[in-house]
Design a protein around this ligand. Structure first.
Ligand code: AHR
Length: 505
């Protein structure tokens, strides 16, 4: 199969945003307990954080972390998680039918985020709680010493405010599974009032209002319209969540999941802009794609405990990812990048153990999944600006998305260094692709390196004993001639091609 891709130095979509490479930590399963935090672990820091996990988090290159949920936040009393640890209550977590020991709360998370070098993004409970609790949490986190909640922070953790910029106004509030879920009208009002009051404490916060919890929800579209109509003045971003999985016998549709993400983003943008026009606003709303990943939700590992079983940190949502899953994760990240003009922030859900690129053995090793690699390589090498790419390639029919192009590409370039990264995906299960990249508006280009993620068995999964980095290999096929780069990429693969370029004056 042959494919052509055109990249023009003048066609810039927007800046590569570091917040595109965020992730998500929820009090769910073993994400926090025995994931981030395990005081008895041989690598534990004095604060009880696993330093083997911290090292992998840094290698992954994540920039922001959304916390503490997720479904969990809609029943969470944040005050349970501050103050002397031995006096904190154990509570039932209704979202995941577990027991929350409250050994980790806001201050521990802020300390962990500092050590990991990531920006915290907090979510407030608009399910079982409301304006009051959100205001108390914001005062606790961001107000200078001298008021009740700020002084509690000073007593518990630090004189210096945590200074959290990004705040989510609840989570998936249209979902019937959500504690305190609401109609669009009810939620829009609650979110507007919460946002307005939060800005009275800290006008500099960046607020994310809940979009519909999925593109397949009956409320999708009308929810965004109603909620934004009520909150437009007060918020900066609207959230989007999407999870994909391979249905038995339909790998072709699965490999094309980024088509759905493209559609999802375009639809939310259209709805936000319709509200902008109707309400005669000048500001533009961005998207916080604050939950995205591959998730095999129907499998046994995603089933919460039941009955009288309320365990602490049970094994939950511990999906093990194939090479094909990693190719899809890489492609979803490409979709986020090509929408960098409107996707202001994103969070791979989640970070450790729970549908995660990083896994841990309790008391033992930390290891990486196949999905770790496209994320880490993109976070490191997507720098500067996103350039528009035009692709001409064969397509095939897929059950979910109809006629679908077999090759996808996105390019970034750092104008300061001239370094360009081209990310390529071959969605064909049968054929390799010979991709010709035509570089327009460049005086020269030279190959720095090319790395391909693939495997003879695209269903291969890594484990603690079988390291995931064997899915990566140096791609030796690229050649440059007369403003073109040619590269061969295998079936079911994701590739990073790095070039040194000089743009025309
Ligand atoms: O990430 C797992 C769950 O998926 C989150 O708790 C929820 O927001 C979403 O439905």
């Amino acid at each position: 199969m042959k494919a052509t891709c055109i990249v023009d130095s003048d066609f810039i979509v927007g800046p590569v945003r570091s917040r595109t490479f965020g992730s998500f930590v929820e009090h769910l399963g073993r994400c926090v307990y025995t994931g981030l935090y395990e005081p008895d672990h041989p690598t534990a820091t004095p604060e009880g954080f696993r330093s083997d996990v911290l090292d992998l988090v840094k290698q992954l290159g994540v920039t922001t972390i959304r916390y503490p949920g997720g479904n969990f936040v809609s029943g969470y009393q944040w005050t349970d998680g501050v103050g002397p640890v031995d006096q904190r209550p154990r509570r039932l977590d209704l979202a995941w039918h577990s027991t929350e020991p409250n050994k980790v709360g806001v201050d521990e998370f802020m300390a962990w985020a500092r050590q990991a070098g990531v920006e915290p993004m907090m979510a407030v409970n608009l399910g079982t709680a409301g304006v009051d609790q959100a205001l108390a949490l914001l005062e606790y986190c961001n107000a200078p010493a001298g008021s009740y909640w700020a002084d509690q922070r000073v007593a518990n953790a630090s004189v210096e405010p945590h200074r959290v910029k990004m705040w989510c106004l609840g989570n998936e509030m249209d979902g019937p599974w959500q504690m305190g879920h609401k109609t669009a009208t009810e939620y829009g009002r609650a979110a507007a009032e919460t946002a307005r009051a939060m800005r009275m404490i800290d006008p500099g916060v960046e607020l994310v209002v809940c979009g519909s919890s999925g593109v397949g929800m009956p409320t999708f579209g009308s929810w965004e319209h109603e909620v934004l109509s009520q909150t437009y003045d007060q918020v900066d971003m609207v959230s989007a969540h999407a999870y994909y999985f391979e249905e038995e016998g339909d790998r072709d549709s699965f490999l094309a999941s980024a088509i759905d993400m493209d559609y999802f983003i375009d639809s939310v943008v259209a709805t936000a802009d319709a509200v902008k026009a109707a309400t005669k606003q000048s500001k533009t709303i961005g998207i916080s794609f604050d939950e995205w990943n591959v998730w095999y939700q129907h499998r046994a590992e995603s089933r919460p405990p039941s009955g009288d079983d309320w365990p602490v940190a049970p094994v939950l949502l511990e999906d093990h990812y194939t090479v094909a899953d990693a190719v899809v994760v890489g492609n979803l990240l490409m979709s986020l990048l090509r929408h960098t003009d409107r996707v202001y922030s994103a969070s791979l859900a989640q970070l450790v153990n729970v549908i995660a690129p990083i896994m841990t053995e309790t008391g033992g090793r930390a290891w990486t999944q196949t999905t770790f690699h496209p994320f880490a390589l993109t976070a490191r090498h997507a720098v500067g600006e996103v350039l528009k790419t035009a692709i001409d390639c064969p397509s095939h029919d897929t059950a979910k998305f109809g006629d679908t192009p077999l090759v996808d590409a996105v390019a970034t370039r750092d104008p300061a260094t001239g370094q360009m990264s081209v990310f390529l995906v071959n969605r064909s299960c049968e054929e390799a692709a010979d991709v010709e990249i035509k570089l327009r508006g460049f005086d020269s280009a030279a190959i720095i390196e090319a790395i391909t993620l693939s495997h003879v068995d695209s269903g291969w999964i890594a484990s603690a004993d079988d390291p995931s980095d064997q899915v990566l290999s140096v791609n030796t096929t690229p050649v440059v001639a007369q403003g073109r780069v040619c590269i061969k990429v295998p079936a079911v693969s994701w590739t990073l091609l790095r070039l040194a370029t000089v743009a025309e004056d």
